[in-house]
Design a binder for this molecule. Structure first.
Ligand code: SF4
Length: 376
């Protein structure tokens, strides 16, 4: 499998109250240094050699579109000059409403970015305020329209359900608005309350409430029905796409493929080894500037651990995990690693075989966490 490249841009306009990602508000002054350091890291990584061309590049964050046009252009030019990128490779960038305009979208498109992933989260202003997003629903719609005007034909939206103040009706409306905007891909995530976030405190003191389980179940039903009637099919637990628009970058993660990763806190997976960069952007810059390694952690996975990971990640995909590919890659079988566990999960109608693929059943998707816990 060909590798991917992930580029982490850790800057945000403000911190959303549910966010535990490696992202920071108020570091605008560091952006220029950070971009220069990323260009240096790029050259350092590429100098070690690249066995195969990149099949995808993904700019994530944070908010990559907070970088200036000049900074984005410089970073893209450095990546293109350092790495061999496959013809037609998917090159995505995450964009947040409130940080984009037509000129920025046109520059991104002209620089070779061919896929946009826009962090909308909701088309309801009260819900956006409850999670402290910096943009309005109207700004999100405008961002989508501008992206199309700039020539993007592969557009993805992130939406969240289970938000404070959200009802089944408002979820249906947000999904309906997204679908009416002619997008090709939707990532739909249920809100998770992360430790030590402002959201956790607000829920604990009762200033916000989350929808209950019955409402979440109703939202799931609405999602399934609207996706089916609008021609987007589920290809992963949280992801839906029109035919031909699945995200290849993320599919490479779920197939446990190799990926380079650069920037503060970025995690690469190469030759069976996971390498994590130092998380703080300022610390990252100081290390690069003084010619030191930015590596914070390195973990070599043994064959069985990597096999188990491939199974667990692969089961997130609706097509499941290819048993033939597993055997070719690891020279061991599911039975050798799991004994009778797979048969037991099949007997409980949680897993099934479809040709050479092992996959979650409909019931298995509902209880995916339980299944994964038995296979980890
Ligand atoms: S925009 Fe994204 S990365 Fe930034 S704070 Fe909000 S959720 Fe986190």
């Amino acid at each position: 499998m060909k590798p991917s490249l992930y580029i982490h841009i850790p800057f945000c306009l403000a911190k959303c109250n549910y966010c535990s990602f490696n992202s920071y508000a108020g570091l605008e002054g560091l952006q220029e240094r950070y971009v220069e350091c990323m260009c240096v890291e790029c050259r350092n990584v590429a100098a070690k050699g690249q066995p195969a061309p990149l099949q995808s590049v993904f700019f994530g964050g944070g908010t990559p579109t907070l970088l200036s046009n000049d900074q984005l252009q410089r970073l893209l030019a450095t990546i293109v000059s350092c790495f061999d990128i496959e013809e037609g490779a998917e090159i995505s960038i995450e964009a947040n409403p409130g940080t984009v305009n037509l000129e920025k979208f046109q520059l991104l498109r002209a620089s070779g970015i061919n896929r946009l992933s826009i962090g909308v989260q909701s088309f309801n202003d009260a819900e956006l305020r409850a999670i402290a997003r910096v943009h309005s629903a109207e700004e999100a719609k405008q961002a989508l329209e501008l992206a199309r005007v700039a020539g993007f034909s592969n557009l993805s939206i992130d939406l969240m359900y289970g938000l404070p103040q959200q009802t089944a009706k408002s979820w249906r409306e947000s999904l309906g608005t997204a679908l009416s905007m002619g997008i090709q891909h939707l990532s739909l995530y249920q809100l998770t309350v992360e430790e030590k976030t402002p959201l956790e405190k607000m829920l604990a003191c009762g200033s916000l409430q989350l929808p209950d389980e019955d409402v979440i179940a109703e939202m799931d039903e609405i999602t399934a029905s609207l996706m089916e009637s609008n021609g987007l099919y589920q290809y992963e637990i949280s992801n839906y796409a029109r035919e031909g628009y699945q995200c290849s970058h993320n599919i490479n993660y779920w197939q446990n493929g190799e990926y380079y990763a650069m920037g503060a806190g970025a995690v690469a997976y190469l030759e069976g080894t996971r390498i994590k960069n130092i998380a703080g952007p300022e610390h990252y810059c100081s290390l690069v500037e003084s010619g030191q390694s930015v590596e914070a952690e390195r973990e070599r996975l043994d064959k069985e651990a990597s096999f188990r990971e491939s199974v667990i990640m692969g089961l997130r995909l609706n097509c499941g995990v290819s048993c033939k590919r597993l055997e070719r890659r690891y020279a061991i079988t599911l039975d050798q690693v799991y004994g009778t566990t797979i048969e037991s999960l099949r007997a409980r109608d949680l897993l099934e075989y479809e040709g050479e693929y092992l996959r979650l059943t409909g019931q298995g998707r509902v209880f995916a966490n339980l299944v994964m816990a038995e296979l980890v």
